[in-house]
Write a protein that binds this ligand. Structure first.
Ligand SMILES: [Zn+2]
Length: 257
């Protein structure tokens, strides 16, 4: 429920505008609203962290606005809540008018939704399911360099789920399209909301079942099988990709012994 801040409300403040989050001194501001000059701003509580409220304030500060990605190294739960704030801010900003009839929309007071008072349509934040998979072949892992990533980092294969597709089909299709490899023994590992801009990553491990590795140059710069003890530069800790690779390294070590 949205409220106008009086000044004595306290907690963590996710002040956000156009996917950017206010991070004075490189961190999320914590304390009373007045301490951060947030009185009179509209705010919405979006969760709790360490027993304190986490607030979303849709506003652009004059400075210290940065990507929520910078919070990834601080704390997993706080990163997740800040990611929730960023996605809600984008949702409310992109749903000012009804897509069916063009009427002005209102925010629901009971749930995270926008309502059209004219045609009664109800809109919820969009979440794009995305699959990511670490593939093992004996003591090697299939890793790829994506064209959209900068630097020399290698990571697991990933892609968006298409409409009308199961998660299992999406994994098999993405792997075939990007690497020409067939997989077996697909195992679900975990999931991670990924607010760039509104993905939900569903992470899997799988085993090589056949096919000659040949990467898709329209998506990947390179793809290769790496021995578990001779890995290239990997995604940072805290990402689901890193966890998948580390889980697969354990399996490789077992296969190698
Ligand atoms: Zn409408």
């Amino acid at each position: 429920m949205e409220l106008t801040l009086k000044g004595d409300e306290s907690g963590w403040w996710v002040v956000c505008h156009r996917q950017q989050v206010w991070q004075p001194q490189g961190e999320l501001p914590y304390g009373r609203a007045a301490q951060w000059h947030l009185q009179q701003r509209a705010a919405r509580q979006i969760g709790e962290w360490q027993g304190e409220a986490v607030w979303l304030v849709q506003h652009e500060m004059a400075q210290d606005m940065g990507s929520v990605r910078q919070l990834l190294s601080h704390d997993a739960v706080l990163f997740q809540l800040a990611g929730r704030a960023v996605q809600l801010e984008a949702f409310y900003r992109s749903h000012r008018f009804c897509g069916y009839c063009g009427h002005d929309m209102v925010h629901s007071t009971t749930e995270l939704a926008c309502l059209c008072p004219h045609c009664r349509e109800r809109y919820y934040p969009q979440i794009a399911p995305c699959v990511i998979v670490a593939i093992r072949h004996e003591e090697k892992i299939l890793l790829a360099q994506h064209l959209r990533h900068r630097g020399n980092m290698y990571t697991a294969l990933a892609g968006f789920v298409e409409v009308g597709e199961t998660l299992e089909q999406a994994v098999a299709r993405e792997v075939m399209e990007e690497s020409n490899v067939r997989i077996k023994n697909l195992r679900y590992v975990c999931s991670q909301p990924w607010p760039f801009p509104h993905s939900l990553m569903m992470a899997y491990t799988a085993e090589y079942a056949g096919g000659e590795l040949r990467h898709d140059p329209s998506e990947l710069r390179d793809a290769a099988w790496f021995r578990y003890d001779r890995l290239p530069e990997l995604p940072p800790p805290g990402t689901v990709a890193r966890r998948l690779i580390e889980d697969t390294v354990v399996l490789c070590r077992e296969a190698d012994s």
